[in-house]
Design a protein around this ligand. Structure first.
Ligand code: CP
Length: 312
């Protein structure tokens, strides 16, 4: 079976077979990252533009590293240093980028739907690196790769996701991905951060009491409060939030003894997760970051249409 998608706009458009193929391809590329010479010729001659109109450490760096390890020419453009600050529209920016003949544009943008918008207007492949509060597909895929690595498989797992559900693109992509792969998703947050109808996106149960949500969970994924996307104050204080929705050495024991603790980053230590848990034996947070490079190599390779991985 070959990969049929020119773009990666969201997990919603992917089948379980597509997800399986991306994870298997990521596994195969992961070994390249352990070599002395971390480079294969897979995408030699291809040009990738990383257009990040919102802040990023992990996603931008790992897409750039992924492209370089596949021998592509990678170029970065950021919102603050582009002509967007002079009033250029996203469409005009994209058309101008396209005139330079890239093969893939990786885009992060604050507006939901921006990756779809571009995909309808340019000829090259588009990969969504996070669009507003909509989707962050590569994050969910690296999360699944990490879960599969630690748990052996995804099917049948109970995955608790706790935090600012309303503003999280990570949670939407994870609901689609985990549900398609047969896991059960428990969402938890204060009522003000739980959008009505979210359970309809997948195999989801909604909780407001964190203790119920993480009881006997196989995976506990903590989310940051997305202050940058909140127009109104949605909680009385960070201290109160930490008390009811923070993961700490006491409540983490409600999850299964072999549960793993995940976080997409950046972490707000002492708010959604205590330092003891963030650095504790159950955390797989840096494994997620490591797998981010491999899964993004897989995505770049699969959308490129290149026939051979050429990992030797
Ligand atoms: N997880 C994530 O998207 O991190 P960055 O914002 O640093 O890319």
């Amino acid at each position: 079976m070959s990969f049929q998608h020119k773009h990666i706009l969201g997990i919603e458009q992917l089948s379980s077979e597509d997800i399986q193929m991306i994870l298997d391809t990521g596994d195969a590329f992961k070994e390249v990252n352990t070599r002395d010479i971390k480079k294969v010729p897979t995408l030699r001659g291809k040009t990738i533009i990383n257009a990040f109109f919102e802040a990023s450490t992990r996603t931008r760096l790992s897409f750039e590293i992924a492209g370089k390890r596949l021998s592509a020419d990678t170029v970065n453009i950021s919102g603050s240093t582009s002509s967007v600050v002079k009033g250029e529209t996203l469409e005009d920016t994209a058309k101008n980028i396209e005139a330079m003949a890239p093969d893939i544009i990786v885009i992060r943008h604050g507006h939901s739907g921006s990756a779809h918008y571009l995909a309808e207007r340019v000829d090259c492949s588009i990969i969504n690196a996070g669009d507003g509060a909509h989707e962050h597909p590569s994050q969910a895929l690296l999360d699944l790769m990490t879960i599969r690595e630690h748990k052996g498989s995804i099917e049948g797992l109970e995955v608790a996701i706790v935090g600012d559900i309303t503003h999280s693109r990570v949670v939407r992509s994870n609901i689609y991905a985990l549900s398609k792969m047969g896991a059960k998703v428990r969402l938890c947050g204060p009522g003000t951060m739980l959008p009505i109808g979210i359970e309809r996106l997948g195999n989801v149960e909604v909780f407001t009491d964190m203790r119920d949500a993480i009881q006997d969970a196989d995976v506990v994924m903590m989310l940051r409060i997305q202050m940058e996307r909140q127009s109104n104050i949605m909680l009385p204080s960070l201290r109160e939030y930490a008390r009811f929705y923070g993961l700490n050495p006491t409540n983490v024991q409600l999850a299964k003894p072999d549960a793993i603790v995940m976080h997409p980053g950046p972490i707000n230590r002492g708010v959604e997760i205590s330092s003891v848990v963030a650095d504790g034996v159950q955390n797989v947070i840096l494994d997620q970051v490591e797998n981010g490079v491999a899964v993004r190599m897989a995505l770049l390779y699969l959308v490129s249409g290149v026939e051979s991985m050429q990992t030797k």
